[in-house]
Design a protein around this ligand. Structure first.
Ligand SMILES: NC(=O)C1=CN([C@@H]2O[C@H](COP(=O)(O)OP(=O)(O)OC[C@H]3O[C@@H](n4cnc5c(N)ncnc54)[C@H](OP(=O)(O)O)[C@@H]3O)[C@@H](O)[C@H]2O)C=CC1
Ligand SMILES: Nc1nc(=O)c2c([nH]1)NC[C@@H]1CN(c3ccc(C(=O)N[C@@H](CCC(=O)O)C(=O)O)cc3)C=[N+]21
Length: 292
């Protein structure tokens, strides 16, 4: 019993200090614009968290809260305005979007220089390109970058080790695989059509779980001593009880794993901190170099 707890707070603090220092050496104050549509309660809470952290870091934020019924042309018009505004350095379209809105055209409509989520195909391509990744920093999705920062902060080696990623979403699983490959891990990506999930996860030295399924990963699915990163977040509300947060990894895994990230207080704070750093990085590129 007793996996090492890989807490996110100190690793996030280190990223935020870096973001803050780099922001203050710019001639402008980096400005992040957050766009949300509809009233998903989790989105509201995440956006509040991002705003709060931005303020502490010395970044400016603006939130565009749009109605559930907003149309694709309306959003594209807003994005075009923000792209053309040199006083805006980062743009984030909060997910999930209302179901009538297609995601890909919106990702493609954000200026790649302002794409702090790393969702634009140009940035996705750069993330997967071995040449680009070493030649220049890339705007890549915040959660995978945050996970790597968390592992580095706690001295967990990745190079040469077997990494297994459960999930292949554009926001976590796929970019996580790219980031781990870039860090010289041997990477396996697992999804719903994979056969024998447990056999695959047991191969992992580093297991990153982003399936969106509460307690999917149980003790029998983890190699003793492995590092387990729990990206999942679920709000559990029992009758008359306060809302509790839990992840994709069953608590019993703490008895088998060598190290485990908590939920909350693990990956989540790194995601927010990395967003601040991505915003500063985007601002630096626009102000100092004006390169795409
Ligand atoms: N901590 C943080 O900062 C963040 C946390 N999250 C959380 O992470 C979780 C994942 O988010 P996201 O990637 O957006 O979720 P998605 O639902 O978009 O993707 C889930 C992925 O997991 C796979 N999957 C689901 N069930 C299984 C299973 N039983 N076996 C194998 N693979 C499975 C799916 O496979 P298939 O492709 O075949 O359907 C899919 O690729 C959520 O709980 C979310 O709230 C998300 C973003 C940031
Ligand atoms: N375009 C876009 N980019 C995103 O990066 C993005 C998104 N959409 N949609 C939703 C997911 C989820 N996400 C999280 C942010 C902060 C915490 C976080 O701070 N979590 C705290 C708990 C906070 C709480 O929920 O109370 C923790 O785990 O300790 C978690 C998850 C970013 N996402």
């Amino acid at each position: 019993m007793g996996a090492r707890v890989l807490a996110g707070a100190s690793a996030a603090g280190a990223l935020l200090t870096q973001a803050s220092r780099r922001a203050s050496s710019l001639s402008i104050r980096p400005h992040l614009v957050l766009i949300r549509a509809g009233t998903d309660p989790a989105s509201l809470s995440y956006i509040r968290g991002k705003q709060r952290q931005a303020e502490i870091t010395g970044l400016r934020t603006t939130v565009h809260a749009l109605p559930e019924s907003v149309t694709l042309p309306e959003l594209l018009t807003l994005l075009a305005t923000l792209n053309a505004d040199s006083g805006v350095h980062g743009i984030l379209v909060q997910l999930p979007l209302p179901p009538h809105l297609p995601v890909a055209p919106l990702h493609e409509a954000v200026d790649p220089r302002k794409d702090v989520d790393g969702f634009h195909p140009l940035n996705v391509g750069r993330l997967w390109s071995g040449t680009r990744a070493v030649d220049a920093p890339v705007l890549a999705p915040c959660t995978p970058l945050g996970v790597l920062a968390l592992l580095r902060h706690h001295g967990i080696p990745v190079a040469g080790r077997r990494a297994v990623v459960v999930g292949r979403s554009d926001i976590v699983g796929r970019p996580m695989a790219a980031v781990l490959l870039g860090a010289d891990a041997t990477v396996t990506v697992v999804h719903r059509r994979s056969t024998d999930l447990a056999a695959l996860t047991r191969e992992a030295d580093v297991l990153v779980v982003a399936a969106g399924q509460p307690w999917l990963i149980t003790a029998d699915m983890v190699r003793p001593g492995a590092t387990v990163v729990d990206v999942g977040i679920h709000r559990i509300s029992g009758e008359g009880q306060p809302v509790r947060l839990t992840g994709d990894v069953h608590p019993e895994v703490a008895g088998v794993a060598g190290a485990l990230t908590p939920v909350p207080g693990g990956v989540g704070p790194l995601t927010v901190a990395q967003l601040m750093l991505n915003t500063v990085l985007a601002a630096e590129r626009q102000v100092n170099w004006n390169v795409v």
